[in-house]
Design a protein around this ligand. Structure first.
Ligand code: FAD
Length: 462
């Protein structure tokens, strides 16, 4: 280490190598680009661990949606691990019921009459809104319903519901799909996520578990960048003028500085606020409106020999256990033909339950989850591998009621600095993060090819 700042120049610097930054850099691959990543690996919230034929997604669970993410998976010929025909279930009072048929759920679950009434009220509120949210977002009616849901808290689905079981289930759904409590978030995202659980998963476009895990794609995108991707190199500050950007960073050689014509900043919202001290107040406020869900995840490789009763289930909600959901990543591998021995399961807790688990040691979390998983499926006794724990303090972004009004600000570039990340487009997700990265890169390419475009950009501060 010399102590002297090493200086680099590039046409574009990308800050952050999650899916948004990787997609941006891959779109700019024939330009002079440098990618700075704080961690020792690329992928950000995408992480998979593998063992033999199986993998566990410890970050992003499912791939879904349309656009650049799906195109990249296809371009790189990654097998999509389709979930067509697979089911989701609810385990209540020790009984497991298929939830892709809401009627069956009501009739067959173990619950009292009042619980059924409460759950019917919750389900009908969610299902009444879903068709409008599935419409083209430019549709006038869809806009009105969205605006209404954006303004109210997700806990509206519990209005007048006294059933403890129904309340526990809503809390657990909100925890397992968004990582937050229903009171924390505006209703839109909650209703969309719940719509997936209560409708046929086959209706969700490209709902899949890519083979090898979601990290298969980020690994390929990172490898394609070669030494243009700099790991263990956190950006410390980003400043910009009309002519370009200066990014201060650090790596194993000490402090560094990159001068570039453009930057794409693809880090989580709280990091943007830290490393861009010159953010105009409306951008700072819009970033501060973003909150993140919390998850504790424990992944288990399993060692069973033959077919199991969860083989066709991709997700089982478990509102009465120490984790709120179990995802079965091996479901993508179960099709016609002989079943391979073994499997891969991930147990999830989110929101307030995750907050409480954060206070425990990894071994205590694993032992609680193991006990409950074996209670759910006693045949797993002695068949669970070592639990792999991840504590996520940033799952997907969400907004408090009314908080999303500030979001359009974050879609505008700050002169030569373009923003990207899962907070930026419609529905925070892996697909939206990927789309935001590609979109930022296309904007950069367009601005580089239009000389003088920067000078006339009204968003340049000062
Ligand atoms: C457990 C879990 C389950 C999920 N399940 C799903 C799901 O089923 N479906 C779905 O669509 N989405 C899911 N998500 C959300 C999805 O993973 C994210 O929306 C998406 O990965 C976000 O990508 P990103 O590139 O915007 O951010 P990130 O992945 O957070 O990438 C940001 C990158 O910036 C880096 N960074 C931070 N600070 C700096 C710095 N100072 N300098 C340089 N680099 C920096 C980080 O290390 C990181 O690599 C899940 C998330 C989690 C955590």
């Amino acid at each position: 280490m010399t102590g002297a700042t090493h200086e680099l120049e590039a046409e574009v610097v990308v800050v952050g190598a999650g899916i948004a930054g990787l997609m941006a850099a891959s779109t700019l691959s024939n330009r002079d680009v440098i990618v700075l990543e704080a961690a020792g690996r690329a992928g950000g919230r995408v992480e998979s661990v593998r063992q033999g034929d199986y993998w566990i997604n410890l970050g992003t669970q499912f791939t879904e949606g349309t656009g650049p993410l799906i195109e990249a998976l296809e371009r790189h010929q990654i097998t999509m691990g389709t979930l067509a025909g697979k089911k989701v279930a609810l385990s209540l009072h020790g009984k497991q019921v298929d939830t892709s048929n809401p009627f069956g759920l009501m009739v067959r679950s173990r619950m009292s009459f009042m619980d059924r009434v409460g759950l019917a009220a919750v389900g009908s509120r969610i299902l009444a809104a879903v068709p409008f949210l599935e419409l083209n977002p430019d549709n006038r009616l869809a806009k009105r319903i969205r605006a209404k849901l954006d303004a109210r808290s997700a806990s509206y689905v519990l209005r007048g519901v006294s059933s403890e079981v129904a309340r526990d289930m809503v809390r657990s759904w909100s925890g397992q799909w968004m990582g937050c409590e229903p009171e924390e978030t505006a209703a839109t995202q909650f209703v969309i996520s719940m719509g997936i659980l209560l409708t046929d998963p086959a209706k969700v476009p490209n709902f899949a578990l890519p083979e090898g895990g979601n990290q298969t794609l980020t690994d390929i995108l990172a490898a394609d960048l070669g030494d243009r991707l700099r790991l263990n190199s956190p950006a410390k500050s980003i400043e910009w003028t009309e002519d370009g950007v200066v990014v201060e960073y650090e790596d194993e050689n000490g402090p560094g500085r990159i001068r570039a014509r453009r930057a794409i900043v693809a880090v989580p919202s709280d990091v943007v606020v830290q490393i861009m001290p010159g953010l105009p107040p409306e951008y700072r406020a819009a970033f501060n409106d973003i909150h993140y869900g919390r998850y504790v995840v424990v992944g288990f490789f399993t060692h069973e020999d033959g077919p199991q009763r969860w083989d066709d289930y991709i997700a089982v909600s478990t509102p009465q256990l120490s984790f709120q959901a179990m995802f079965n990543h091996a479901a993508a591998l179960r099709g016609p033909g002989p079943r391979k021995p073994g499997g891969a399961l991930a147990c999830f807790a989110g929101g307030a339950v995750a907050d409480r688990l954060f206070e425990l040691s990894d071994s205590e979390i694993v032992s609680r989850f193991t006990a409950d998983l074996v209670e759910l499926y006693p045949e797993l006794e002695g068949k669970l591998g070592e639990g792999v724990v991840r504590r996520h303090r940033r799952v997907v972004p969400f907004w408090a009621p009314g908080g999303r009004d500030s979001l359009p600000t974050l879609r505008r570039n700050l002169g030569p600095v373009h923003l990207a990340g899962d907070y930026q487009l419609d529905m925070p997700s892996l697909a939206d993060a990927a789309a935001s990265g590609e979109r930022a890169a296309q904007q950069v390419l367009a601005s580089l090819s239009h000389s003088g475009a920067l000078a006339s950009d009204p968003t340049i501060p000062g």
